[in-house]
Ligand binder design. Structure first.
Ligand code: GDP
Ligand code: IMO
Ligand code: MG
Length: 419
């Protein structure tokens, strides 16, 4: 048996949560492999919207086991709030398992994130301020605390040692902070984390694969936010790509099956950094308004633009995407023309890839397709979609050389069509 991977191909918020929820009925195990509460994965069904940050998006289907893998970083306070939010929803909590090797976000990691962003001034990354980068720095620096450490009798001592180191670093910054209250909440919230079974998730996953169980690995963020292949330094601090499922869950590369790549029918980005096809006109404003493009974690407005083929092709190659899922087709309704970025111009030369340098100076080159008027949110089958929708899908499939297996036309589970 092989594990399938589902991940974002743009700058995050493609609609991963929605599709994982829809696909969960086909899987035995849903496992998050990287990122932390910088993620905000939205699911909608029965008229209610749920936003998950740490918990995998398979949690609302009774039956599937949900695993938080070793590659994830956990803030126990945010985790506790997520549990409270779903506690009265008839969710089987016993099916949520947490890797002992997942790293903990300490209160001082969040302070360090804020201090670092403040010091960067106008060059700030636009971090979600959830402490992601300082936590991964401690992981690779071999100083981190992990979920399995909570039951160590010396846990408090280990915590104090790491906190002292953080305080020393904070002293270098011009940054006011208050740690006691945050710390109290943090220690209180560990009780909730302790209620769940802590496992050696790689062994659990190996056995599950051997036993023929179907696994879906759920990514967070998107390929263009990957620490190695994204628009560095305006990226997150983990490998968001398919390889991240190997390191973040302990799945061997030859045990990866399908790779589902999710993209919006247009493009968004939240936070700083290059975005060649960004729109600053009324079309961009319209995409944001109709697409309700506000961050699920921070509430910030998302920057909007046209779909970017060079960036998508790059993401498809890096991840080995086997099937594409196109989200938010409904948001394009009512536009006379839809533009697609096919290339960039850089210093007078036409290029079709994201270069190492000068990302800010890329000028997008567009081709135009005919838009459509019909509201897609009410259609009950893709056959009811206008010809122009099918033309758009066919054009993208040809250019991207990958089949589009799912088209989404609204936030609800039901507004999803398989092709
Ligand atoms: P994720 O981080 O990739 O899980 O995506 P987010 O949840 O942050 O952002 C996607 C947003 O789009 C959420 O508000 C979803 O409810 C919404 N959404 C998902 N699919 C569709 C769709 O096909 N059409 C519309 N209009 N909204 C969608
Ligand atoms: P989901 O899983 C969109 C962005 C932040 C910032 C950069 C670094 O919901 O798609 P960080 O807090 O990770 O240090 O921030 O990455 N970012 C996201 N943008 N969706 C996300 O997650 C994101 N997680 C981080 O806005 O630009
Ligand atoms: Mg999101």
């Amino acid at each position: 048996m092989k594990a399938d991977v589902l991940l974002g191909l743009q700058w995050g918020d493609e609609g991963k949560g929605k599709i994982v929820d829809v696909l969960t009925t086909k899987y035995d195990i849903i496992a998050r492999f990287q990122g932390g509460p910088n993620a905000g994965h939205t699911l909608e069904f029965d008229g209610i919207k749920h936003v998950l940050h740490t918990i995998p998006s398979g949690i609302f289907h009774n039956g599937a086991i949900n695993v938080i893998g070793n590659g994830v970083v956990i803030d126990p306070v945010i985790f506790e709030n997520e549990i409270i939010a779903i506690d009265n929803l008839d969710v089987e909590m016993s099916k949520l398992l947490i890797s002992k090797k997942a790293h903990l976000i300490l209160p001082t990691h969040k302070l360090l994130d804020a201090a670092s962003e403040k010091a960067k001034g106008k060059n700030k990354i636009g971090s979600t301020l959830k402490g992601i980068s300082p936590t991964y720095m401690d992981k690779t620096g071999r100083n981190g605390l992990r979920v399995g450490d909570i039951s160590d009798p010396n846990f408090k001592e280990k915590y104090e040692k790491l906190k002292r180191k953080h305080i020393q670093i904070l002293d270098f910054y011009d940054f006011e902070y208050e740690v006691e209250e945050l710390e109290k909440k943090w220690f209180d919230s560990l009780k909730t984390l302790k209620r769940f079974e802590h496992i050696e998730s790689e062994h659990f996953i190996h056995k599950a694969l051997k036993d023929g169980k179907k696994i879906l690995a759920e990514g967070a963020q998107g390929t263009l936010l990957d620490i190695d292949f994204g628009s560095y330094p305006f990226v997150t601090s983990s490998n968001t790509i398919a390889a991240g499922a190997c390191t973040g869950l302990g799945i061997a590369p030859n045990k990866i099956g399908e790779v589902f790549g999710i993209f919006k029918a247009y493009c968004t980005r939240v936070g700083s950094g290059p975005f060649p096809s960004e729109l600053f006109d009324e079309v961009g404003e319209r995409l944001g308004r109709i697409g309700n493009e506000f961050g699920a974690t921070t509430g910030r407005s998302r920057r909007c633009g046209w779909i970017d083929l060079p960036a998508l092709k790059y993401a498809i190659n890096i991840n080995g995407v086997t099937k594409l899922n196109m989200m938010k087709a409904d948001v394009l309704s009512g536009l006379d023309i839809i533009k697609v970025c096919t290339h960039y111009m850089l210093n007078g030369n036409k290029i079709d890839y994201l270069p190492f340098e000068d990302n800010e100076n890329l000028t997008p080159v567009y081709t135009e397709l005919k838009g459509w008027d019909k509201n897609l949110m009410d259609i009950t089958s893709l056959d009811e979609a206008p010809k122009e929708v099918h033309d758009y899908i066919a054009y993208l499939e040809k250019e991207l050389e990958t089949p589009i297996s799912i088209v989404s036309v609204g936030p609800d589970r039901k507004q999803t069509f398989f092709r």
